[in-house]
Design a protein around this ligand. Structure first.
Ligand code: C2E
Ligand code: CA
Ligand code: CA
Length: 601
């Protein structure tokens, strides 16, 4: 009924007509019934609109009328029914003796849907033939005008719905139509085409620092350059945000690579925007079709996947989508999905690796997490921690790890497997420490496990510490206030400035593994280790060498007075039960034996 109301609205002008007029749809439903007819027939608009005409006037269903009305929809020619030869259209005489003669003029008029029509009926009585004719003419031309205006408005709407209003480029919807056309062509002529996805690198920073107006100007400038780089037949679209797409008809991989390279070059000179000069690079993903997908959604996903790879490869480059890439992405997606349930399925396990001093006494343990995946087996933290960080699952996982490790440490201490001053090192990310709730978690766990905070060492990787100096200092100071200690993990890999390091409230430096493993092989590595150890000494920090695997490395570290060592040479990371067993042995033997534990990593 809503549809009918919408359709009826355009016929309001017929209410001004002095003769009876109405509009009928192809399936005989009355769409409009004018005021004059209401008076003439005694049937109100509300009564008849939306109903079948034949139910109101059964005689129309049974004779020529029906057949003729049908014809109206198929031809441009109007029909006139004369009551001299046919029955009155509206039964006559009505009260007052109207319609002794009644002519009905019928013609078709276009409906909103392309190719569909309505029938327009004008009923004229014998009393006023010329006036009726005039009125019909006027009504029809007004209707035509009205419809043209409407059509224009509709076209404008379509334009709005298909083009992006910032850049004037095609939008998602038009791109989708373009893809459907390209796919149809591919099926018919076996040609290939390319969909290129492009994402501006660090656009958000520009938007944030220079404002949205400058951001919009940049998008326009990018749109212009893109248009300048493609052929007329190619479709350039903005997908939203800082993402663009280019559909290149009749394209092979060489051609697509060529266009992509051209785009990278075209976008790189600075963009002059008002008084600003802005540089922007982009990452491009290319999907060659139909291999990359046989429907618009899949193709877009493929191009997006390739673009993601381009970003990972260091931005300002282009990458092709491939089946292997697809499989890798799927694996990642599945893994990410599984990760959401891993905690509730008890699939995480902590391994522990001892830290030993120069006398080979165990002075603490580092907890290292693993994921026992039901199908993939043991998955290492490098494979899922970044994913967990990205999706936010890192918080509950870290809470679990901290709780489990603290409980374990207390148990070992209680049963004297570990010295009372032994420490527990837990790996955390700076991002996690930015969450207020995590602080409450740490405090609660320390309280519940009755562990003094000074036994807890939080290990943070160097690269993350250096990302935002002031904020980092605030967080590190907060850790100190809590009473816990701070270790900079993987030190040396982030090339942090040593002067900056002095300003940081830290306690422990863990020398990154590759340097340690360069001992005896690479003089540079050895020099770096020496510098780090002496730096740590001068700053009053503890130095830890991780990844210690050989006797030669141990001797070197001894010689240069590294404080603490950790590595396969002493112990591999091991599950709690194995670790308990090893600690028990150490307790009876005194110290960690060389290559004490061959437990699996
Ligand atoms: P990391 O903190 O630098 O840990 C040292 C890594 O080196 C561990 O790998 C450990 O198993 C391995 N390793 C220890 N000794 C040796 C050795 O002698 N030789 C060699 N080749 N490797 C050795 P893992 O357990 O795969 O952990 C990788 C990284 O994942 C860790 O690096 C840490 O950054 C992160 N990680 C581990 N557990 C957690 C956790 O609970 N939370 C968070 N956020 N990150 C974690
Ligand atoms: Ca660590
Ligand atoms: Ca490390």
């Amino acid at each position: 009924m809503d549809d009918i109301k919408k359709a009826a609205a355009q016929f309001d002008i017929l209410d001004y007509s002095p003769i009876g007029q109405f509009v009928l749809s192809k399936d005989n439903i009355v769409i409009f019934w004018n005021k004059c007819l209401e008076t003439w027939s005694g049937i109100s608009r509300d009564q008849i609109v939306g109903t079948d005409l034949i139910t109101q006037f059964p005689h129309l269903g049974s004779d020529k009328y029906a057949e003729n009305i049908k014809k109206i929809f198929d031809s441009n020619l109007p029909i006139i029914f004369s009551s001299q030869f046919n029955k009155h259209f509206i039964p006559s005489p009505l009260p007052g003796g109207k319609f002794r003669i009644q002519n009905t003029f019928i013609t078709r008029i276009p409906a909103q849907e392309e190719g569909e029509y309505y029938a327009f009926f004008a009923i004229q009585d014998e009393t006023n033939a010329t006036a009726a004719l005039e009125s019909n003419k006027r009504a029809l031309s007004q209707l035509k005008e009205e419809m043209e205006v409407r059509k224009k408005a509709e076209e404008q709407l379509v334009q709005l719905a298909r083009y992006d209003n910032v850049t004037g480029l095609a939008n998602r919807r038009l791109l989708r139509e373009g893809l459907l056309r390209a796919l149809a062509k591919t099926r018919r002529y076996h040609k290939t085409f390319a969909l290129i996805f492009l994402d501006l690198d660090h656009f958000k920073d520009i938007n944030d620092t220079m404002g949205h107006d400058v951001g919009d100007l940049l998008l326009k400038s990018v749109a212009e350059r893109l248009k300048g780089r493609v052929r007329e037949n190619d479709l350039v679209a903005r997908m939203g945000g800082d993402e663009f797409a280019i559909l290149i008809d009749d394209s092979d991989p060489d051609d697509a690579a060529h266009v992509s390279q051209g785009i990278l070059e075209a976008l790189s000179p600075f963009h002059k925007l008002d008084n600003n000069e802005v540089f922007v690079s982009s990452s491009i993903g290319i999907a060659m079709c139909p291999e990359a997908g046989e429907d618009p959604e899949t193709i877009c996903k493929s191009a997006d996947t390739a673009m993601y790879l381009a970003k990972k490869m260091g931005r300002n480059n282009y990458q092709f989508f491939s089946q292997e890439l697809h499989e890798e992405t799927m694996k990642r997606i599945f893994l990410e999905n599984d990760l959401r349930h891993a905690l509730s399925q008890n699939e995480f396990i902590l391994f522990y690796q001892p830290k030993v001093d120069m006398n080979a006494n165990v002075i603490g343990m580092e907890a290292l997490i693993r994921w026992q995946h039901s199908k993939l087996g043991m998955v290492g933290p490098d494979k899922f921690i970044p994913m967990a960080e990205k999706t936010g699952i890192i918080s509950p996982i870290s809470e679990w790890a901290l709780q489990t490790a603290c409980t374990q440490l207390r148990e070992w201490k209680k049963s004297n497997y570990l010295a009372m001053d032994a420490t527990l090192a837990v790996n955390v990310s700076l991002r996690l420490l930015k969450q207020e709730s995590f602080w409450d978690t740490i405090k609660r766990i320390l309280y519940e496990t009755e562990l003094g905070p000074h036994f807890l060492e939080l290990e943070l990787v160097e690269s993350s510490i250096m990302s935002d100096p002031q904020e980092t200092i605030d967080i590190l100071e907060r850790i100190h206030k809590l009473g816990a200690r701070i270790a900079v993990d993987d030190f040396g890999s982030g090339y942090s400035s040593l002067t900056y390091l002095k300003r940081l409230p830290i306690d422990i430096i863990k020398i990154d593994m590759p340097f340690v493993q360069g001992i005896g092989k690479d003089r540079n590595d050895e020099e770096i280790i020496k510098v780090i150890i002496s730096l740590a000494k001068s700053l009053g920090l503890q130095s830890v060498a991780e990844g210690v695997e050989t006797k030669e490395q141990v001797s070197f570290l001894h010689e240069h007075k590294c404080d603490v060592m950790q590595g396969f040479y002493f112990c591999r990371p091991m599950p709690a039960e194995v670790a308990t067993h090893v600690l028990e042995e150490i307790l009876t033997e005194g110290k960690v034996k060389e290559s004490e534990c061959s437990a699996t990593n």
